[in-house]
Design a protein around this ligand. Structure first.
Ligand SMILES: Cc1ncc(C[n+]2csc(CCOP(=O)(O)OP(=O)(O)O)c2C)c(N)n1
Length: 368
């Protein structure tokens, strides 16, 4: 990332001006578990900001301010809880992230400013992740161990054991977190991850996460899975796991807490399948229109917070308002920034030509 400024690790302002007051410092319950009200407010603000950012980038794709859109409206609960609980930093003492293309909530929870997402959507030269050369949501943040996101689905599951191997040798509590969709779990990479993470005596601290939104583009998951729960696949490898309602913030928070804690302490893999919603279809390729009939984790959480007295409606509205304003401002800023120069299209794309490499005479038995 030659032209990107390093991220400042100091605390971010998470919710704008509105909503700095917690009305009630009481816990919020889901019938099984609970979370403190202040934590819930932090999660809620991040979920609202993520949704506002996603909706603004969908608008960019439709209005010509950006191009292809893909993202995670419907996954905010899961992604924000993940970002807040991960250990952020550079190197094997910290967590590695092998994400997919619906992870905006995780990056915002880590502290990424909205503008860094918007710039990739607008494909400006100032995009710190790819200098305007990759799709939106295809992050790469070396300072936070965020490995480059690939459009080729599931290959992140073969990379995660690599960083986990380094972490195991290094010691400490760093975990390799890998996220993918339900359809991608049919790829051999998913199985490779389980094989490499469970070799006897060489087990690896990999937190395997499947966000099951019920579809692989237009193929329903129910037509593709013989097993009842994707998390059950871990059983044959001795990988403990669970299937959770990823629209339930409190259930998600505690499942991630259990998974991370297991990987950190035992240095072994854990598998979580989160059932999530896909509120705008697969991507802009399928129109990105809002779908009906799927649970909305943000609405559900807002109702829960209002009902339990942690926030009141006016405060929620202020938080929404601030988030939309922040997203609009980011787009305004990015619109005026430089585009990539066609002359350097191959910079950072291709390795040096192999003509420069000197091979031994009998290299692979081939005549030179
Ligand atoms: C190796 C590979 N095969 C196929 C595709 C085309 N493709 C892009 S997204 C996608 C569906 C992925 O579905 P899922 O894994 O459930 O994740 P979701 O997008 O639903 O979050 C497919 C098949 C791809 N990008 N890479």
């Amino acid at each position: 990332m030659p032209d990107a400024l390093p991220y400042d690790d100091s605390d971010e302002e998470l919710g704008g001006q509105g909503g700095s007051v917690v009305l009630a410092r009481r816990a919020v319950h889901n019938g099984i578990d609970s979370l403190p009200g202040e934590r819930c407010l932090e999660i809620f603000r991040l979920m609202v900001r993520t949704r506002a950012l996603e909706e603004r980038t969908i608008k960019m794709s439709k209005s010509g301010e950006g191009f292809f859109w893909v993202g995670g409206p419907g996954e905010e609960a899961f992604n924000v809880c993940l970002g807040l609980q991960a250990h952020k930093g550079r190197g094997p003492a910290f967590d590695y992230f092998h994400l997919h293309y619906r992870s905006a909530g995780t990056l915002l929870a880590l502290g990424m400013p909205m503008i860094d997402h918007v710039r990739q959507m607008a494909m400006t030269a100032t995009d710190r992740h790819s200098m305007g050369r990759n799709f939106v949501g295809h992050y790469a943040v070396p300072e936070w161990n965020v490995m480059p996101v690939s459009s080729v689905i599931e290959i992140q599951f073969t990379m995660a054991p690599g960083t986990a191997m380094v972490q195991k040798r290094f010691g400490g509590e760093g975990v390799s977190i890998v996220v993918g969709g339900d359809a991608g779990s049919a790829e051999g990479d998913f199985t490779s991850c389980m094989v490499w993470s469970t070799r006897p005596g060489q087990e690896l601290p990999v937190l395997m996460l499947v966000t099951n939104n019920g579809y692989g583009i237009s193929t329903p998951a129910r037509t593709q899975h013989g097993e009842l729960r994707i998390a059950d696949r871990g059983e044959a490898f001795g990988i403990p796991g669970e299937t959770i309602d990823g629209n339930d913030v409190i259930a998600t928070w505690h499942a991630l807490d259990r998974g991370l804690d297991y990987c950190r302490r035992l240095r072994r893999p854990y598998l979580i399948e989160a059932r999530v919603s896909r509120l705008h279809g697969h991507s802009s390729s399928s129109g990105a229109a809002r779908v009906s009939g799927e649970a909305d984790c943000l609405k559900l959480f807002e109702e829960q917070l209002v009902a339990s007295g942690v926030i009141h409606r006016e405060l929620a509205e202020m938080i929404h308002h601030d988030a939309h304003e922040e997203a609009d401002q980011a787009v305004e800023q990015a619109k005026n920034e430089a585009r990539p120069d066609p002359a350097d299209v191959e910079r950072f794309t291709f390795a040096p030509s192999p003509v420069d490499v000197v091979y031994p005479k009998d290299y692979m038995g081939l005549p030179r």
